[in-house]
Design a protein around this ligand. Sequence first.
Ligand code: FES
Length: 167
Amino acid sequence: MDRDITLEVDGARRSLAVDTRTSLLDALRERLGTTSAKKGCDHGQCGACTVLLDGRRVNSCLVLAVTADGAQVTTSDGLAGEQPHRLHETFVDHDAYQCGYCTPGQVVSAAAVLDEVARGWPSAVTEDLVAERTDLTDAEIRERMSGNLCRCAAYANIVPAVAEVAV
Ligand code: FES
């Protein structure tokens, strides 16, 4: 059964009819031609499909598109304005990728981590994190980014790329 939905994707309002079984990831990639979010595992394990849904990071392969009706969806492309997002620059500066397939999801997740820290959300590593604190230890970055896998294992460069923006 199809339903009409509207999404705001990277600032652009998009309307489409989707089967109620369609994931947000498939709606983005296959129906709207927005290919920034990637399909790795398609079952919530790799994080390649990470997007912000009304500001919160989600695995878009686990979200039904119909449940996102009316929501704002931000991909890595949407993080950039006139200029690249600072995380885009630090990922390049630190060579924080090899094949690059996971990079858009990593960048979106890193942006969410910085927002979560700014809001004072504790991590499992540091439960007493307070809002005034914006720095992150490497262990905290690894824990907070643990839902984003890199098959090339570029973690040694991803962590400092995120840390540079976090200070
Ligand atoms: Fe969604 Fe892997 S494709 S978590």
